[in-house]
Ligand binder design. Structure first.
Ligand code: LMR
Length: 392
């Protein structure tokens, strides 16, 4: 039976890591998978994480199981950052659990919504390819709408039309900030409108917050999520610490569920616990424990936030330079200057993406997405010239 299994294509984005590693050219540029890079092109462990890990080695006296919910100290410590320090549980209406990365949290959110009877999921496209993959793997129906216009703004008319067409009880997936892959985020005014529309249509919002702090700031990047949660009775949140704590391979995420009445939280969350138990059983501990230690220590928290500020500022400078470049060949780079987070979409065709890789050693996703953190003041002119060459 097993020999009948058909060959599956490798995940295109993850395959790019290997292709880039195998390229012997000294001036190659990796703009593929979404990891932050320094001006030197490195993805170092945060100093705050290193310090927390040292503490963890000293303090941890057992590695016995914690249960499907993982490290609840970590889950609770994150809540003021996600939901606001003034009312981090929304009057006791939110409960969470740890999940293996943002992907684990998303899978749990989609599966919990399915158990609750959600039949259709709405999502703006393009989106992170794994969103559709997880939904397909769970056998869920996906309806899409256009996320962004050619002019580089959010396509609010498409979103309004999708919500008008959606039925009560459908779920809608919304990127909280730093839209992956476009970098084109909703404005606060857009979020105000979205919150009202989602509430009026009685949709279940699923908020994916994977890049908090990498857009405009920790508070600013949570605006939309908080606005939507304030407007609706129920919501699900998938949170990732992979980027804003640099914990990628340690797989650190959290899943939160909000209900109108806190009395039902125990029963609702027991479904998430059961689904986790039947899938990964219990999440990996190490990274979440390190985050908990950072958030429990004012000095380490300040250090972490300063490191995050440095990352955001570096990306802002790269974006400013891209934006100022204007046109490279026929590709207009100027909208990238005002976009957010790690990603932007170039107008390169799949053929041009291949050409820029083969001719110039520049690796980007087939969709034309670039990880702007792969650009530095030393290689950005090379990138702009290469874009001009393949599009000109
Ligand atoms: C990305 O989009 O590059 C990241 O979210 C990494 C991933 O797992 O795809």
């Amino acid at each position: 039976m097993l020999t009948n299994l058909a060959q599956q294509p490798a995940d295109a984005l993850l395959a790019l890591i290997k292709l880039h590693n195998a390229d012997p050219r000294a001036n190659k540029i990796d703009l593929g998978v979404g990891v932050y890079r320094t001006e030197e092109g490195a993805t170092p462990v945060f100093a705050a994480i290193k310090a927390a890990e040292a503490k963890l080695v000293q303090q941890q006296d057992s590695k016995a199981y914690l249960g499907p919910e993982g490290d609840m100290g970590f889950v609770t410590a994150l809540m003021p950052y996600v939901f606001g320090a003034a009312n981090p549980t929304m009057d006791g209406r939110i409960e969470g659990m740890q999940a293996p990365g943002g992907t684990g949290a998303l899978r749990l959110a989609f599966a919990v919504a399915k158990r609750a009877g959600v039949k259709r999921y709405w999502m703006g496209t393009p989106s992170w390819p794994n969103h559709a993959q997880i939904l397909a793997d769970l056998g869920l129906e996906l309806k899409t709408f256009n996320h962004a216009t050619k002019a580089g703004t959010v396509d609010m008319p498409a979103l309004r039309a999708a919500i008008a067409e959606a039925g009560e009880g459908d779920a809608i997936l919304l990127h909280g900030c730093c839209h992956n892959p476009t970098g084109i985020d909703y404005t606060p005014a857009d979020w105000d409108e979205i919150a009202a529309l989602v509430a009026a249509k009685k949709l279940l919002p699923i908020l994916d917050l994977a890049y908090q702090g990498l857009g405009k700031g920790m508070e600013e990047d949570a605006y939309g999520l908080r606005r939507v949660l304030a407007a609706v009775p129920e919501a699900l949140v998938a949170y990732s610490c992979d980027k804003n704590f640099g914990l990628y391979r340690d797989r650190v995420g959290a899943f939160y569920l909000m209900l109108a009445d806190p009395a039902g939280l125990g029963a609702a969350m027991s479904n998430a616990h059961a689904l986790a138990r039947a899938s990964w059983s219990q999440p990996p501990d190490h990274g979440a424990a390190a985050v908990r230690l950072i958030l429990a220590d004012a000095g380490l928290t300040a250090q972490w936030l300063a490191e995050l500020d440095t990352m955001r500022e570096r990306m802002r400078q790269v974006r400013a330079k891209l934006g100022a470049a204007g046109k490279a060949g026929t590709a207009d780079l100027s909208p990238m200057g005002s976009q957010n987070g790690l990603f932007s979409i170039t107008p390169l065709t799949p053929e041009q993406v291949l050409a820029i890789r083969e001719k110039h050693g520049i690796y980007m996703a087939g969709s034309g997405r670039i990880n702007v953190a792969g650009l530095t003041m030393a290689n950005i002119d090379q990138f702009i010239a290469a874009v001009a060459d393949v599009t000109g």
